[in-house]
Design a protein around this ligand. Structure first.
Ligand code: SAM
Length: 345
């Protein structure tokens, strides 16, 4: 068997390429783990470069798989690199890179959705939230099935400054299905504007830095892939609690093509719906006829704060969750004796 050297390597001792290792280990990509490998050094170097300068810093790579982005990251000389991989079949691939990494690479076998990053990085890299971003970076070509729930979970961690964000405003460079990347960065009025745009842009400055054609992956997915950078904001635009923001934004974007008053109505039980939705948008000074995708972050901010005012006047309203007609029946059964007082100031 001819071992081809990793052609773009700069610092690592000669290693068989990930492509050769995949052949050698007869490794089949697992569909349920959404394994599509990026094996072209030029593209993996581009992803590592997009993360910025992390020389001597700490990097966490999620889902390294056979380790091509891992190698690109190491070539940019971080102080330490921690990789979190769920599939143990990649252990020998990663151990090979580890041996060549002069002690820089640490391997964690586990699920990134449950890994606690608050002890992962060096304490001396920690920065105050309002200082510059720490030299700590998260990079990952994530499985599509994991990337959206993960970013929502991480936005919540950012809002609470916990997990990796207990070290300060840790930046992320992540891949998404191209359409999802476009949604994340979509501005008000944009075609792709949705809940994810508002949530991501509330807590982070986001950039869709480049797109990789699906054909560059092995096996190729049916879609292209967007690389997005996230830099946590010092102050979010909407400062209320994550769950409150999430609830209001979710409901306000529920009917994309209808007037936003229709979406606003879903924040309230049926018999109060029209009255309270009108009151909400009136308090927020938002045009009832605007479509949800036209709303700016500032308008969402005013809606969340108006909703908060209404819930302070009628605390039980904050417990209301819209799941269609059934939820109203259940809500009223559970609150049979409760009276809602509707004030019209
Ligand atoms: N980074 C590699 C590349 O670019 O070639 C592999 C990318 S592949 C799309 C996604 C990788 O994430 C796979 O190696 C898969 O096993 C791993 N993975 C999937 N779910 C994961 C999870 N919940 N936590 C950690 N790794 C996961």
């Amino acid at each position: 068997r001819k071992v081809v050297q990793d052609s773009s390597h700069l610092r690592l001792p000669p290693l068989p390429s990930p492509r050769d290792l995949i052949k050698l280990y007869k490794l089949q990509a697992k569909k349920q783990l959404s394994q599509n490998f990026l094996l072209e050094g030029r593209l993996t170097d581009k992803i590592a470069k997009a993360a910025g300068n992390f020389k001597n810093g700490d990097v966490c790579e999620v889902g390294p798989g056979p380790g091509s982005i891992t190698r690109s990251i190491l070539r940019r000389d971080p102080g330490r690199l921690l990789v979190v991989e769920k599939d143990p079949r990649f252990l020998p691939f990663l151990q090979m890179v580890q041996e060549a990494s002069q002690g820089k690479l640490n391997i964690v076998l586990g699920d990134i959705l449950s890994v606690d990053m608050c002890k992962m990085f060096r304490d001396d890299l920690r920065m105050q939230w309002d200082e510059r971003c720490p030299n700590i970076h998260i990079i990952g070509n994530l499985p599509f099935s994991v990337s959206t729930p993960l970013i929502i979970q991480w936005l919540k961690d950012i809002s609470l400054r916990k997990n990796a964000w207990s070290f300060g405003r840790v930046r992320m460079t992540l891949t998404f299905q191209k359409e999802v990347a476009e949604r994340i960065v979509a501005e008000a009025n944009g075609n792709q504007r949705c809940r994810l745009s508002v949530m991501c842009q509330n807590w982070c400055d986001v950039r869709h830095v480049f797109t990789i054609p699906g054909s560059a992956f092995v096996p190729p997915p049916d879609v292209d892939v967007g690389v997005v950078t996230f830099r946590p904001k010092i102050e979010p635009i909407i400062k209320e609690d994550f769950h409150l923001v999430e609830k209001v934004v979710r409901q306000m974007t529920i009917f994309r093509q209808k007037k936003c008053i229709r979406s606003a109505e879903t924040l309230f039980p049926t018999h109060l719906r029209e009255e309270m939705a009108t009151k909400l948008l009136h308090l927020a000074e938002v045009n009832q006829n605007a479509k949800p995708f036209q709303l700016t972050l500032d308008e969402f901010k005013r809606i969340v704060s108006a909703y908060n005012v209404i819930c302070q006047e009628n605390p039980k309203l904050s417990r209301y969750q819209f799941y269609g007609k059934k939820s109203d029946e259940e809500f009223w059964q559970a609150n049979e004796t409760d009276e809602f007082s509707v004030t019209n100031n």
